[in-house]
Design a protein around this ligand. Sequence first.
Ligand SMILES: Cc1cc2nc3c(=O)[nH]c(=O)nc-3n(C[C@H](O)[C@H](O)[C@H](O)COP(=O)(O)OP(=O)(O)OC[C@H]3O[C@@H](n4cnc5c(N)ncnc54)[C@H](O)[C@@H]3O)c2cc1C
Length: 483
Amino acid sequence: MYDVAIIGAGIVGASVARELSRYDLKVCLIEKENDVSEGATKANSAIVHAGYDPEEGTDMARLNVRGCHLTEVYTKELDVPYKKIGSLVVAFSEEEMEHVEMLFHRGNANGVPDQKILNREELLKMEPNIGDTAVGALYSPSAGIVGPWEFTIALTENAVVNGVELLLDTEVVDIKKEEDVFTIYTANAELDPIQTKYIVNAAGIYSDAIMNMVGEQEFKIRPRRGQYFVLDKSQGELAHHVIFQCPTALGKGILVSPTVHGNLLVGPDAEDNVERDEIGTTKERMDYIRETADKSIKGINYRESIRNFAGLRAQSDRSDFIIEEAKSVKGLINLAGIKSPGLTSAPAIAEDAAEILKNIGLEMNKKENFNPTRRQTHFMSLSPEEKAAKIKEDPKFGRIICRCENITEGEIVEAIHRPVGALTVDGVKRRVRPGMGRCQGGFCGPRVLEIISRELDLPLEDIMQDKNGSYILVGETKNRGEE
Ligand SMILES: Cc1cc2nc3c(=O)[nH]c(=O)nc-3n(C[C@H](O)[C@H](O)[C@H](O)COP(=O)(O)OP(=O)(O)OC[C@H]3O[C@@H](n4cnc5c(N)ncnc54)[C@H](O)[C@@H]3O)c2cc1C
């Protein structure tokens, strides 16, 4: 019997798992996909928002500001890429300047540190490529950028090292409650039904479905799609901060931002009335994003675009995050409607979840041996002496597999054998980046496939690109079968 079963291994579920792993508890983290971070956490703007955007007095405002601080602390503890580059909300008219002032006051009320309103000259000094019609901006130095899937993988690894059980390929299909015990039924044929005293529902756009399995319909989730361009590192220097336009009723609008790895990200739009599996991009929307972004930053060369993608925000029928014990089911904690700034807020949402569990009766005693740290090898950032020592120890560190990102075979092998190891080509890509570069895996993809097959002792045909069913090799081309 588990004390707590967390459903959903996105940034929210992973943060809760790591938070609960500080205590003497039996906890499992249940995920329907074959890896963590496969939902909204895989496809977003990767911004650590400062916290001027949510309305004063909301959970969103409180958790955003706290989460922004905790993200800085946790990414250091867990060796996750993070850069505190600051954000700019740019005004393109005097009316928009009034909006910027409103955001400045709201940010101050929410506790955002060190904000400043800039005039055009000050803005130009910080961003020489800013659009010609920009008149000023709100500067928030506490904002940053992060690797969202790297963060989720690191949080999960750390939770597992501290005793949490991760159950992948385990889709929750039904939940029953008798007396004080939940029984969770899953689509994983190798697993008996899971018994637990408490459930944390962190299932993203499916969190309403989880709620409805065991209680009344307390909220509805409507996906809101956002699409993006990822541009090659040749464009990465065009902007030095996260550059927003003034927000609208549909959200924070189109941004231009460097990524933690030096690419340029442009997007997202906001589109309602999409299905929960509609994560494709459309020409019409991409054209709109390009035209809108050109107002913010001059000279972006879209011929240098290396990938497009879309993500689904978990928009609920309430305006704030839903962070509460379900009204119709005692012991079920909903962490739902976690739209933006959910990535930023997740570490703080996890603290709230732990507090709720404690308040409703879970006995929580801190572990003495909790290990808050995690490290992985970044071969290219080692000194020449360290590199030589590493290659001597294991010659696989002397063989470059990904030429775009300079990733060694040693790092890939390490990623496969870590506590939450990569099982797929994209799983390796999200952990150590082969395939993230300009050629998008054209050169290194087949090598990564061979390495996974060798290391996991699985036939090549069994290795997937990403989600279950995404087979890469389906048969031998020269095998003509029986003639
Ligand atoms: C376009 C876009 C841009 C955004 N930009 C930002 C940003 O810049 N900054 C920011 O702070 N936030 C941003 N966000 C919000 C942020 O991405 C989300 O708030 C966050 O990723 C939500 O995490 P989650 O763990 O709740 O959900 P998810 O990452 O979706 O995780 C839910 C998990 O539950 C699993 N699951 C679902 N059903 C089941 C089931 N039945 N059984 C088992 N597992 C199940 C899913 O497979 C998934 O892995 C953005 C979101 C989008 C879509």
